[in-house]
Design a protein around this ligand. Structure first.
Ligand code: MLT
Ligand code: MN
Ligand code: ZN
Length: 301
């Protein structure tokens, strides 16, 4: 299975349009951008599955030859999996409205419900080629297929994570709003665990991540009060449902217990000191053998 990190940043990207934090200022002056969270995977190198659909999708698809059309119309993007219904993981669906066929979109029930109602992407896209919603049920592995039903060579199991609904739908009825994924290449046996948003390293995370060849894990914030340093009214990392990497009880203390062969942090917020190459926080993560993810990083599993 080939894995490409299309975008390594959390919502807002780096630099974020209205942010004057040190990281955003540095990113503007160096032209060093990070696009918003998404990953592409493929078992055959020809048909690709997007893990989340980023607001920066257009730039991301243009940046990778593998994702360019191979004929006058069409795309190597064969399916999408959504792990949550946040704007930074779903807005990209609107950017694929020129599709000539309905795009298969795998998602947990809570996400499918939000995208038909509070954030009505599916209803809007129905006026274009539309999407074909496909259910991801907890714990039941499924063989992913393209629009014609042909297997993509990758099996997916999910684990519902304890997170609240997105900010635009605080009152939504209880349902899985966030899942972690475990993707297995049916030929090589290579396993990818994808957990870009989680408030804990708990049994739900262990179910998908334990022993994976590659774990792409929530690196949104280094510290709980990181956003407060930029804006006093901001929520904490834990209030937003993101376990910080540093500090007591942070993921840095817990990730080794998952025994993944390689662990890479993704969905990094622009305020995170891990973005600075020489920072002490970055040195601690690297000393633990954990990699700070970046756009265009590639892996073969
Ligand atoms: C999240 O990951 O917590 C959300 O995407 C936050 C947001 O941008 O609204
Ligand atoms: Mn997000
Ligand atoms: Zn910033």
């Amino acid at each position: 299975m080939r894995v490409i990190i299309l975008g390594s940043a959390a919502g807002g990207g780096v630099p974020q349009w209205n942010c004057g934090c040190a990281n955003c200022v540095a990113a503007r002056s160096r032209g060093a951008n990070r696009t918003q969270s998404s990953v592409a995977v493929s078992a055959d190198g020809e048909r690709w599955i997007l893990l989340n659909a980023s607001p920066d999708l257009r730039t991301q698809l243009a940046a990778h030859r593998e994702l360019w059309p191979c004929g006058p119309r069409g795309s190597p993007v064969a399916a999408v999996i959504l792990t949550d219904a946040e704007i930074d993981h779903t807005l990209g669906l609107l950017l694929m409205r020129e599709s000539v066929t309905a795009l298969p979109v795998y998602a947990p029930a809570g996400v499918t419900a939000l995208l038909g109602a509070e954030w009505p992407l599916y209803r809007m896209l129905a006026a274009y080629a539309g999407v074909e919603p496909r259910a991801l049920a907890d714990g039941r592995p499924i063989a992913l297929t393209d629009a014609s039903g042909t297997p993509l060579g990758i099996c997916c199991s999910t684990s519902a994570l304890a997170r609240r609904p997105p900010r635009y739908a605080r009152a939504a009825a209880a349902a899985p709003f966030d899942v972690g994924l475990r993707l297995t290449d049916e030929r090589t046996g290579g396993t990818l665990a994808y957990v870009p948003t989680t408030g804990a390293v708990d049994d739900a995370v262990r179910r998908v991540a334990t022993g994976a060849d590659l774990l792409l894990f929530d690196g949104t914030f280094w510290s709980d009060d990181e956003l407060r340093m930029a804006s006093v009214d901001a929520p904490t990392a834990r209030e937003m449902g993101h376990l910080p990497v540093g500090g007591s009880g942070g993921s840095l203390e817990l990730l080794a217990s998952l025994r993944a062969k390689h662990t890479v942090l993704v969905h990094l917020n622009n305020t995170n000191p891990l973005l600075r190459a020489g920072s002490p926080e970055r040195a601690r993560v690297e000393a633990a053998g954990i990699v700070v993810g970046a756009d265009a990083m590639e892996f073969e599993l």
